[in-house]
Design a binder for this molecule. Structure first.
Ligand SMILES: [Fe+2]
Length: 300
């Protein structure tokens, strides 16, 4: 496992970007690493008007309240969502006072605003020709904007989507762990995650340094493979980041298999971990699809 601060820029191969082409990358690295391990790409969005504070405030006023999540930002690396303290401010105040209010804020599904949707679509259209070869069936595109105070921490957690995190302003230190290593992320943690029992995890002292470490600078973007655990720490400035995500059908299948395993466990069985027995996985997923079809038919 790599344990080194990686600050190098992504090697670019694109030189004449066209309107609507915001991203650039090293083709070989992208093809080799996507969905398997983190890697850096570059973007040209640092001066984009959608990411100035006034425009982000306007966005916050338009979004439904339950799609803005925010809390105090001075947190330990491992803490459950339920224990995370609020900051005592409104979302608006949090954004206006982000330089001094020691907070963390995310606006979710910002593609509800047509301008952010266009930007998300343009970014995903650029990566799709490559991701389709590796993880076909791009669907459920979503974008998120993070605005965080100096020194704030995003606790250790996992996410369900293919993700690129674009750093727009300030710097972030991202620590990412190999989600395929069961000594870092065990199958029961994944099962709990897919059964909606929480996305925050607890990291042990012995595993804390077994990570890739990136100091993300404006203009850089980092690929997070699905369910690779991570935690993030802001440097000394306000940070603004833009996250572009999507899912693929194999992830729905994976989620269904883990949820079925949880059901089997409640019946006293000890099911195989998804991914270890292809025949068993196929049989379970077919059974799930039959059950889902029957349930929807009965519901009509
Ligand atoms: Fe995350």
């Amino acid at each position: 496992m790599i344990d080194a601060v990686q600050t190098r820029p992504a090697t670019e191969v694109k030189t004449n970007s066209k309107p609507g082409e915001w991203l650039s990358w090293n083709q070989e690295e992208f093809e080799h690493c996507f969905s398997k391990r983190p890697f850096l790409i570059s973007h040209d969005l640092c001066d984009h008007p959608l990411f100035n504070v006034e425009r982000l405030l306007e966005l916050a006023q338009k979004l439904p309240a339950d799609q803005i999540e925010y809390n105090a930002g001075q947190l330990p690396v491992s803490i459950s969502h339920a224990e995370t303290p609020m900051n005592g401010l409104s979302a608006d105040e949090t954004i206006r006072r982000i330089a001094e209010c020691k907070s963390w804020l995310v606006m979710k599904y910002i593609e509800q605003d047509p301008e952010y949707k266009q930007l998300l679509d343009e970014c995903l259209a650029q990566v799709a020709p490559l991701t389709e070869k590796i993880a076909p069936g791009m669907m459920k595109p979503h974008a998120f904007a993070f605005i965080t105070s100096p020194g704030s921490v995003t606790p250790y957690h996992i996410d369900p989507e293919h993700n690129f995190l674009l750093q727009i302003r300030g710097e972030k230190i991202v620590r990412l762990y190999d989600g395929n290593d069961p000594t870092l992320l065990n199958p029961r943690e994944l099962e709990d995650f897919y059964c909606d029992r929480g996305r925050n995890l607890v990291i042990s002292e012995e595993n804390k340094e077994r990570c890739w470490t990136y100091r993300l600078k404006p203009g850089q973007a980092l690929h997070f493979p699905v369910t690779f655990p991570h935690w993030v720490e802001n440097a000394d400035d306000v940070s603004i980041s833009f996250s572009i995500t999507f899912r693929t059908p194999d992830l729905d299948r994976r989620r269904a298999l883990y949820r079925m395993n949880s059901g089997f466990r409640k019946l006293g069985c000890n099911p195989a971990v998804p991914g270890t027995n292809r025949l068993c996985d196929n049989a379970c997923y077919q059974a799930f699809r039959v059950w889902r079809k029957a349930a929807s038919f009965i519901g009509k």
